[in-house]
Design a protein around this ligand. Structure first.
Ligand code: GLU
Length: 368
């Protein structure tokens, strides 16, 4: 399988571009010809009704020259403030390269700079998600990078591989393609070991794969193979397949999505964009939920919104704190009649026996 075939099998695809690909290392400038060629391929995918989100590196690499950082210094060795300044200088070059290339096809692009904190904070995560959905729905291609300039070492992803996996989870993409300078994972470093064998498919990421990846960081790359394997682990566990490839049509390594990713349903529930209503719960119910129990009607004090059975609802405490999101086992009309009542009374009140819980624990993702 090639990256193009993986894209053909998907619908919403995150494609990550490594710094080395779009940088002309000798000149320390953008390789516009590469970006043009890449963008033309993306436009062909768009015509094929694919939704494409690009995560692009290159800010630090393209800011080096103006900041006087020699191309021999690996990114990990550049002092953080200098690196952040370089990324501020280089990011406009990255974005401009894409803007020019996509404009030739009449396709709009949008710059989105994200931080790890924002993808982990529910509110900003939902905001970023909504923005990305909006852009994609209008046929605009988001060009995402980490917001390098404002981050401290602890708060950074540091590499765009894991950022790409996180973005894919955020927007429920089905496939991630990490485009890099190698054609995937090898049993050993192919640069130094002639016996190194290419691995076309990985069913499940294990410690062994992480060991194979090693710590080598070629040239301008930040993450190397290790961060790619970590990204593969995160993505596949969330039910997203991930491909590491050197080009769209060459050989690659496919990391298969876990079909029954243990947390994928909860993750899906947790990432609902527009819950249809609110269930306000009491202290007893809050305690029960924290112990992993279901939400019974008796623990619900108030209901807001109009929802059907199976719709997502936000679960809140009386003082407005969000506890989590769940799928309601009852439509709001029925739920209103049974809140504050014992489960045994449901049948008598509604005239039918529904589920014991208003939100079953398996249908609930608590916010921690
Ligand atoms: N955000 C960094 C940049 O644009 C790149 C991180 C990475 O290479 O993964 O330079």
């Amino acid at each position: 399988m090639s990256a193009t075939e993986a894209i053909a099998n998907g619908k919403r695809i995150v494609i990550k571009v490594g710094s080395a690909l779009l940088t002309d290392k000798a000149r320390g400038e953008l390789n516009q010809a590469w970006v043009d060629d890449f963008s033309a391929k993306i436009c062909a995918f768009l015509k094929d009704h694919k939704e494409i989100i690009i995560v692009s590196s290159g800010a630090v690499a393209l800011g080096r020259k103006e900041m006087g950082i020699s191309s021999d210094i690996p990114p990990g060795k550049i002092p953080l403030p200098l690196k952040q300044a370089a990324s501020a200088v280089g990011q406009p070059h990255v974005f401009n390269g894409y803007a020019l290339a996509f404009a030739k096809h009449g396709v709009g692009v949008a710059q989105v700079l994200l931080t790890m904190g924002e993808t982990e904070n529910r509110r900003t995560h939902l905001n970023a998600r909504a923005t990305l959905q909006e852009l994609v729905s209008k046929g605009i291609v988001p060009i995402i990078n980490e917001n390098d300039t404002i981050l401290t070492e602890e708060l950074r992803f540091g590499d765009n591989d894991r950022l790409a996996a996180r973005v894919a989870q955020m927007i429920e993409a089905d496939t991630v393609i990490l485009l890099t300078t190698t054609s995937g994972l090898y049993t050993a470093d192919p640069g130094t070991d002639p016996k190194a064998e290419h691995i076309p498919v990985v069913e499940t990421v294990t410690e062994e794969h992480i060991k194979m990846a090693g710590d080598a960081l070629p040239g301008l790359s930040t993450g190397g193979m290790r961060s790619k394997i970590e990204a593969a682990q995160a993505a596949t566990r969330a039910g997203i397949s991930l491909v590491i490839a050197g080009s769209f049509d060459g050989k690659c390594t496919l990391f298969k999505a876990m079909e029954h990713a243990p947390n994928s349903r909860k993750r899906w529930i947790a990432t609902h964009m527009h819950p249809k209503g609110v269930l306000v719960i009491d202290a007893g119910a809050l305690k029960a939920l924290k112990e992993g129990k279901s939400l019974l009607p008796i623990g619900v004090k108030k209901i807001e919104g109009d929802f059907e059975r199976g719709d997502a609802v936000t679960i809140k405490t009386a003082d407005g704190k969000i506890v989590g999101i769940g799928l309601s086992a009852y439509a709001s009309e029925d739920a209103l009649k049974i809140i504050g009542k014992k489960t045994a009374e449901i049948h008598e009140i509604l005239g039918f026996s529904g589920r014991d819980a208003l939100v079953h624990r398996n249908d609930m993702a608590l916010q921690t």
